[in-house]
Ligand binder design. Structure first.
Ligand code: HEM
Length: 274
């Protein structure tokens, strides 16, 4: 990966990112500049092909807000926000604490931290109780999540795992089913990382997200076709919001839910003092 070591200025203009097409550009970036790029409609999320069989990971990616821009993004984002809006943070926190307490009796802590975000979201999104049981959905989610982003290695098992999620998400072939399934993929590893970070620094999830963002970077395609790796850990000035949950049109719509689940897990993990 190419490193220029440039400190990107807070001013306007795209020049500091200029690079040859298709090369991934990674620089020392200022948070002001990263926020500007994330809010600039000339920069697009990576595009994904829609040529995969129904239910596979590629099929999910081609139907969700994370990999769409413009009107398509607006429509899918509204569906995602409606689903997430039904997840009440206080209830998520309570449920996460309950599940953490129960699972901690039989599972090592590291496994509990991975499992609870998936199980709590699956339960509140109505994805359990059909043909897919909780352990099967958990395994499938963690497997598919490792290949969720298109630039990551695509594990052969990920497509089969994705079909388990789609079945749990109603098994239909519409956008809402894909989006429901994707909420587990989009959130599971990040929420588990947030809990680990908060536990390590003995801070609240909100503080830990700011000091040690669990999602370290994201990608955009610039006006010239260049791929940019944007640093979400870039330090922010005192009162500014951090970049931990992104910024602009694709900013995380599940921030309150993520913090609530992480808080609930920490409420019940032995020896936590948030
Ligand atoms: C600590 C946990 C989480 C972190 C750090 C996190 C972080 C992020 C970030 C940085 C983005 C923006 C990606 C980009 O612009 O390229 C994002 C997008 C998204 N997040 Fe989260 N997230 C978390 C948990 C969740 C949860 C719990 C949900 C749902 C319940 C969720 C749903 C989404 C969705 C649907 C998007 C895509 C939005 C769009 O493209 O319009 N996230 N998240």
């Amino acid at each position: 990966m190419h490193q220029t070591g440039l400190d990107l200025p807070a001013s306007t203009g795209v020049e500091p990112f200029a690079c040859e097409a298709r090369r991934v550009e990674q620089t020392t970036q200022s948070s002001v500049r990263v926020r500007a790029v994330l809010g600039d409609p000339r920069y697009h999320v990576p595009t994904v092909p829609d040529d995969s069989p129904p239910g596979t990971l590629g099929w999910i990616r081609a139907r969700i807000p994370r990999f769409a821009d413009g009107a398509e993004h607006d429509r899918r984002r509204a569906l995602a926000e409606r689903l997430i809006g039904g997840l009440e943070p206080d209830h998520l926190r309570w449920l996460a604490a309950q599940r953490t307490r129960a699972l901690s009796r039989s599972m090592p802590e590291e496994r509990v931290v991975e499992a609870v975000p998936v199980l709590v979201l699956a339960e509140t999104l109505g994805m359990l109780g059909g043909g897919v049981d909780a352990p099967g959905l958990l395994e499938a989610t963690l497997c598919a999540a490792r290949s969720y982003l298109p630039h990551l290695p695509q594990e052969p098992a990920a497509d089969e795992a994705a079909t388990v999620l789609v079945e749990a998400a109603r098994g239909a072939t519409d956008e809402e089913t894909a989006i429901r399934a994707s909420l587990l993929l989009q959130s599971c590893l990040a929420t588990a990382n947030l809990v680990r970070n908060a536990r390590r620094v003995r801070r609240s999830p909100a503080d830990a997200a700011r000091s040690d963002p669990p999602v370290r970077s994201t990608r955009r395609i610039g006006p010239d076709g260049e791929t940019l790796e944007l640093d979400l850990t870039a330090p922010v000035a005192g009162g500014d919001p951090s970049l931990a949950f992104g910024a602009g049109a694709h900013a995380c719509p599940g921030q309150a839910q993520a913090l609530a689940i992480a808080s609930g897990i920490l409420d019940s993990l032995p020896g936590s003092d948030q």
